[in-house]
Design a protein around this ligand. Structure first.
Ligand SMILES: [Zn+2]
Length: 88
């Protein structure tokens, strides 16, 4: 089985092979802060970069479960009625 996804999101059931990089805040606000001045713009940019995390690309949850783990296997069954096995 080569099509088994690597991660599953326990919140929305989205699966994928790599977590999405989620950057909080918005680019529009970032531009507005730069209009206010360089310092607020830089501070907001630094906050966005520092708060960036790896998570679910669909719902934004920062918890992704590896499908090879027992919890991941259970979630796969729960969401997709599908049992992942190791036989490649
Ligand atoms: Zn999700």
């Amino acid at each position: 089985m080569s099509s088994v996804p690597k991660y599953i999101c326990p919140r929305c059931g989205a699966v994928g092979n790599r977590p999405a990089t989620i950057c909080p805040g918005s680019s529009l606000v970032q531009i507005l802060f730069f209009f206010l001045g360089l310092v607020p713009g830089i501070i907001y940019t630094m906050w966005r970069v520092a708060a960036t995390y790896q998570g679910c690309g669909r719902c934004g949850s920062n918890i992704l479960i590896h499908t090879k783990s027992p919890m991941g296997q259970r979630l796969l069954l729960e969401w997709y009625d599908y049992e992942a096995d190791d036989s490649d």
